[in-house]
Design a protein around this ligand. Structure first.
Ligand SMILES: [Zn+2]
Length: 63
């Protein structure tokens, strides 16, 4: 299952988006983007929570 992540859904005025296989690797890419482009270091658990809060099921992601 693919997951599409848009930076502006997470409170930034930014047109960055990611789309790919739902995986921890994809979330890690978003985490790196937040860190490098916005200077905010979220723990990966916070990213996971953000995705879940947007209604995405993350059953298939193994921590
Ligand atoms: Zn961004």
């Amino acid at each position: 299952m693919t997951l599409k992540l848009r930076c502006d859904e997470y409170g930034f005025e930014c047109d960055f988006s990611l789309e790919g296989e739902k995986s921890l690797e994809l979330l890690e890419k978003l985490r790196i983007h937040f860190e490098e482009e916005h200077g905010i270091e979220y723990p990966i658990d916070a990213i996971i929570q953000m995705i879940v809060n947007r209604g995405h099921s993350l059953d298939s992601i193994k921590k």
